[in-house]
Design a protein around this ligand. Structure first.
Ligand code: PMV
Length: 346
């Protein structure tokens, strides 16, 4: 049996930063699912004689990759009792990203969700039980979360919410859910251009980053702000209030970095060009009144977020004013995506 899934990355508009227990979030997060930035993973099951420990061959972009393999092995080792086919077969896993590996883009959301979706397809095929597609995705989100928290959200199209909150019915810490209501048509096909300021690897892993929140002096304030920002964003997505959208999205990005800068040890992940781009986005917005804003992941690259109906003007601005601050003028023109897709099912 061989299963292949393509699963996208996502950018959190309300950030997940800080966790407890088995990958449970300290606050609710809300993300935009992307389209162009994805991982395609295939899992092939082969016969195996000794059914004791997992036997896995892992290839990244056609080659054996020790570093990524380590993460995949420990993930599968953790699941081997729950999903016994992991123990009972040899697994050949092949994975590739649509974006260059050195683009400095966090790939754990797309890669872990693609892998979890493959595991879920195999599980479903083996159980020979049919379940609804909604249930299938919920379970895939649960398993994706165990690999990487943000991956739980990549399983759903458009916007996704992860983490229990009274503000969103059926929300859960265990898995993400799709945005629970119709959002305003202004957000249709929301655009996200990722400006590659630096394509080196991150200097802090997200695992270490989350751990820094355990003793962070501003932790309580952070979770209070995340709650306020989430409730603001939930109503903004329904009302189409761009002014508030812009202020919440930027506040979340800056708070994530402020938390890293004030943790112990402290990390400054923004580069001078990150700040240069932020300043220019704000100036352009003031001068043109076009609702364009920025978001940041745990790194120096800038996500420029803007409505589809202003695509032309914003892209001109990006090309004329912002690309010079990118490494080799590199940018990924991404935007709202439809979620994962199964590619082959042999
Ligand atoms: O999924 P992780 O453990 O790599 O954490 C992701 C953390 C951020 O990307 C910084 C924020 C988020 O919510 O995606």
């Amino acid at each position: 049996m061989k299963i292949t899934w393509r699963s996208p990355s996502n950018i959190a508009l309300i950030k997940y930063w800080g966790k407890h227990g088995n990958q449970l979030p300290n606050n609710t997060s809300l993300s935009l699912t992307l389209h162009e930035s994805y991982t395609e993973t295939s899992v092939e099951l082969k016969k195996k004689r000794k059914k004791t420990t997992p036997d896995i061959d892992f290839y990244f972009e056609g080659k054996k990759n020790e570093k990524f393999a380590g993460k995949v092995f420990s993930y599968l080792d953790m699941l081997k009792d729950e999903l016994s086919f992991i123990r009972d077969h040899k697994l050949v896993i092949r994975s590739e990203n649509s974006f260059p590996h050195s683009a400095g883009i966090a790939s754990s959301a797309s890669s872990m969700s693609a892998l979890a979706l493959c595991l879920m397809s195999i599980k479903t095929a083996m159980e020979k039980k049919s379940s609804s597609y909604d249930k299938f995705l919920q379970e895939a989100s649960y398993y994706a979360r165990l690999g990487s928290g943000s991956a739980a959200r990549s399983v759903f199209p458009e916007f996704s919410v992860w983490g229990k909150t009274t503000a969103v019915k059926n929300s859960s810490d265990e898995f993400a859910i799709p945005f629970p209501a119709n959002y305003h048509s202004d957000f249709n096909d929301l655009q996200d251009t990722i400006l590659i300021v630096n394509d080196k690897e991150k200097s802090v892993s997200s695992r270490a980053g989350h751990a820094l929140m355990n003793d962070h002096p501003a932790a309580t304030l952070r979770y209070k702000n995340a709650k306020t920002n989430l409730s603001g964003l939930l109503s903004v997505l329904k009302s189409g209030d761009w002014e508030l959208f812009v202020s919440i999205v930027e506040a979340e990005a800056l708070e994530l970095h402020a938390l890293m800068m004030t943790s112990s040890p402290s990390y400054i992940l923004m580069k001078p060009n990150t700040l240069e781009i932020i300043e220019r986005i704000r100036r352009f917005r003031t001068e043109t009144k076009i609702p364009v804003c920025f978001s940041l992941d745990a790194g120096p690259n800038v996500h420029v977020i803007y409505p589809y109906f202003e695509k032309k003007k914003v892209r001109n601005f990006i090309q004329e004013e912002l690309l010079v601050f990118c490494t080799r003028k590199k940018a990924i023109y991404d935007g709202m995506g439809n979620g994962p897709k199964m590619i082959i099912d042999e």
